[in-house]
Unconditional design. Structure first.
Length: 168
């Protein structure tokens, strides 16, 4: 997993954002409230240690919450990473009618109760440390920044990772 892979995931996430806002115009207020797009769980740990392996690819978009406008955490987009050295989606059954050439990318989201100008890395770290459920699962592995560009390849979690904070 390299910075070039993260850039490819950035394009996939941007397309997912466009699709979500087109299908849900009432969520347009979130368009300019993206704090951080991040690679999470096993693929992120593979970026950090180079040995974990990549099954599926989980990309989370973290938004600054808008009071009174619910951004459902249950929304789950799916995309195809395409051909890569990570192989293909090994499940025979198509997902939502789609057959994949490469690994499946799961596109997930969370809104965080922070202002839109909050530091993205700190907002996500605080959320990971103070909640159970999804944050608990995410903090077991890793979180690596994809967007904004200044966070591309930055290890957001674990904070004490011996891995370089510089993109590879």
């Amino acid at each position: 997993m390299t910075v070039e892979h993260l850039k490819r995931l950035d394009k996939i996430a941007k397309q997912d954002h466009q699709d979500m806002f087109a299908k849900n115009p009432h969520l347009g207020v979130y368009r300019d409230r993206i704090l951080l797009v991040a690679l999470c769980q096993g693929a992120a740990l593979h970026y950090v240690n180079g040995t974990n392996g990549v099954k599926d690819i989980d990309v989370y978009t973290f938004y600054a919450a808008v009071p009174g406008v619910m951004l459902t955490p249950r929304r789950h987009g799916v995309a195809d990473f395409g051909e890569s050295e990570f192989g293909y989606w090994s499940k025979e059954k198509p997902i939502r009618g789609k057959r994949f050439v490469g690994r499946r990318v799961d596109l997930l989201q969370r809104s965080l109760k922070v202002p839109p100008d909050a530091d993205p890395a700190n907002a996500v770290r605080t959320w990971l440390q103070t909640k159970s459920g999804t944050p608990e699962f995410l903090r077991r592995k890793a979180v690596v920044g994809i967007w904004p560009r200044k966070y591309l390849g930055t290890v957001i979690w674990p904070v004490d990772s011996p891995a370089s904070r510089r993109p590879r």
